[in-house]
Design a protein around this ligand. Structure first.
Ligand SMILES: Cc1ncc(COP(=O)(O)O)c(C=O)c1O
Ligand SMILES: Nc1c(O)cccc1C(=O)C[C@H](N)C(=O)O
Length: 422
């Protein structure tokens, strides 16, 4: 339920009691114990890099010592390495409403995006317009701009809410609507089924960037009729730094989709070593070359956490956490406006507030053991990772934010020097 903005603010003690009660009763309360985080750290940055699942170090050690060290090249067969991009893809697909056989894992989100932009344009020859959100994550825009230069496309900017109007006016020219479900800055979600069907109504395709969705929202790609989607696995899935991303191609497009990067792993018969390219007749054609196997298998192990978790339950946990975070922010730091909506149903897995001193605030929080992140120009972004974050973390993080502001720590020059990763 959305927090009531007119209700009397809850005291810190009341928020702590509420968090404790939610942490005691929430059905997936056991999940955080499956992860390792430094004692005492309040980690609210799982939307950039998720925490380490407790069992992953041993799983990776097995990959390195036994599968690689002893099995050597035979592990490509004996350990199922060759099929891992599809097998792990299906495991991710389950979390985004994709029936098996539509997702592969292997390259970065950026590379998969490029594959999809060009492939989508090729599926709609004669249409020259790609509609994209001008506030999308920069890599999406950079890659689209390059694809547009290669294929002589026009990128027409539109915020998600304005896409239906644009389609009504220029739909016949549009090849692709490319959007993110969750805004990486504000956390605001958009309506995937409605925008997908608006794109289809105009004869265009819909490509979804689900980098901030998978593990956080209840997006259902098959039910929405999405055409293409991509997403990260190092955020809410906790696959590890550099964990390979994933790409979804709806079954109906798999025999016609024509991605630009046609490496040998996408070939119908890779070991025929045939110099002529013949694409695999299914989602494997989105594969390119040898994937980063150690990272891919670390992700595979990280996904074990979700084996006994219903995706709808994970969404419920995320919504409970996000709802409490919004309420605590409103009650404890009412002078910092929310950047996105206040209703957790309309948010993904993070919440941001605005402050002219956002950078200093984030650094001062870090000095108090609360890790969030700064997003230019004025956002303090607090990530909620459904499997690893607790309700107590969120209340402690917000109370630390109050303490930072009250003590003026955010304007301390010690917190003014920008580091590379923010
Ligand atoms: C929405 C979105 N898309 C794409 C990316 C880029 O992914 P990568 O750097 O893993 O290619 C990110 C985050 O880095 C993101 O937030
Ligand atoms: N991928 C990242 C990285 O390699 C370093 C630091 C941050 C990131 C991120 O994922 C940022 C993230 N996409 C964002 O929404 O800001």
């Amino acid at each position: 339920m959305p927090p009531d903005a007119t209700a009397t603010p809850t005291s810190p003690a009341g928020l702590r009691r509420l968090a404790a009660s939610l942490d005691e009763h929430e059905p997936l309360r056991h999940l955080p114990s499956r992860y390792l985080l430094p004692e005492g750290l309040v980690y609210l940055d799982g939307n950039s890099l998720g925490a380490l699942p407790r069992h992953v170090p041993d799983a990776v050690a097995d990959v390195v010592r036994r599968q690689w060290g002893e099995g050597l090249v035979a592990s490509w067969n004996d350990e199922g390495w060759w099929q891992a991009p599809q097998r792990v893809g299906d495991r991710v697909g389950r979390l985004v409403g994709a029936a098996p056989g539509q997702v592969v894992v292997g390259d970065s989100t950026s590379v998969h995006l490029f594959q999809c932009y060009v492939a989508a344009a090729r599926l709609r020859p004669g249409r020259r317009v790609v509609v994209a959100d001008p506030d999308a994550f920069p890599t999406d825009l950079h890659l689209l701009s390059s694809a547009a230069r290669l294929l002589d496309l026009d990128v027409v900017p539109a915020r998600p809410a304005d896409v239906p109007t644009l389609l009504a006016a220029r739909g016949a020219e549009v090849a692709l609507v490319a959007l993110s479900e969750v805004d990486y800055r504000t956390g605001e979600r958009c309506d995937v089924p409605a925008l997908t069907s608006a794109a289809h109504g105009a004869g265009a395709l819909a490509l979804w960037d689900l980098a901030h969705s998978v593990g956080a929202t209840d997006v259902d790609l098959d039910a929405a009729g999405a055409d293409l989607a991509v997403g990260c696995s190092y955020k809410h899935l906790c696959g590890g730094p550099g964990a390979p991303a994933w790409v979804y191609v709806a079954s109906r497009h798999q025999r016609s989709v024509d991605p630009p990067l046609t490496g040998w792993h996408g070939h119908a018969d890779p070991f025929a070593m045939d110099g002529r390219y013949e694409a695999a007749d299914d989602v494997r054609r989105m594969r390119i070359g040898t994937p980063p196997m150690v990272s891919l298998l670390a992700l595979d192990a990280a996904l074990d956490v979700f084996d006994d978790v219903e995706p709808s339950r994970l969404r419920e946990r995320s919504t409970s956490l996000v709802g409490l975070l919004v309420r605590a922010l409103r009650d404890v730091v009412p002078e910092l406006p929310l950047a996105g909506p206040g209703d957790p149903a309309l948010l993904g897995g993070h919440v941001a507030v605005r402050s002219p001193d956002a950078y200093g605030v984030v650094r001062a929080l870090a000095a108090r053991g609360v890790v969030g992140d700064f997003r230019a120009p004025d956002l303090v972004r607090l990530g909620v990772c459904a499997p690893t974050t607790t309700h107590a973390d969120l209340v402690e993080g917000v109370l630390a934010l109050r303490a930072v502001l009250d003590a003026g720590e955010h304007v301390d020059p010690a917190h003014a020097v920008r580091s590379t990763v923010t």
